[in-house]
Design a protein around this ligand. Structure first.
Ligand SMILES: [Zn+2]
Length: 133
């Protein structure tokens, strides 16, 4: 599995962990050597709550996409979007040229076409996809 890290991904992660690290000493009333574990745990919980909301608001792509269902190219060298809507995006595989639909929110059963499609699962930034068709 390959995680694609872009500048917004790193900025959101660092910002959330930095904020959690700044708040951790006040929340657990401990000092430097003891703060590492609770600070890290607070950072993870804060990331899992806040990052999906930020990704949704700013319509950021997740850090991972599945391999192409047509040619099996790892992590789908997904290129230019064929179409982009609010709930989904159709991407073209840069290796074989096939289109695959990626739903960012659960689609109605009538919305899912006959082509290959995936739906994004929580936590959204990590890019855990479930195959629909
Ligand atoms: Zn492909």
């Amino acid at each position: 599995m390959f995680l694609r890290l872009s500048i917004p991904d790193v900025a959101i992660g660092a910002g959330i962990f930095g904020l959690a690290g700044a708040l951790a000493p006040n929340l657990c009333a401990c000092s430097l050597p003891e703060i590492y574990f609770p600070g890290f745990a607070i950072g993870i919980v804060t990331y899992l709550v806040a990052a999906p909301l930020l990704y949704r608001v700013f319509r950021l792509r997740p850090m991972h996409f599945p391999k192409c269902p047509h040619c099996g190219a790892p992590d789908g060298p997904w290129g230019i979007p064929a179409t982009t809507q609010s709930k989904c995006e159709q991407l073209i595989c840069g290796h074989c040229g096939a289109e695959t639909t990626f739903w960012y929110n659960n689609p109605d059963s009538s919305e899912v076409g006959s082509g290959s499609s995936y739906v994004l699962r929580w936590p959204r930034p990590l890019g855990i996809w479930k195959r629909l068709s």
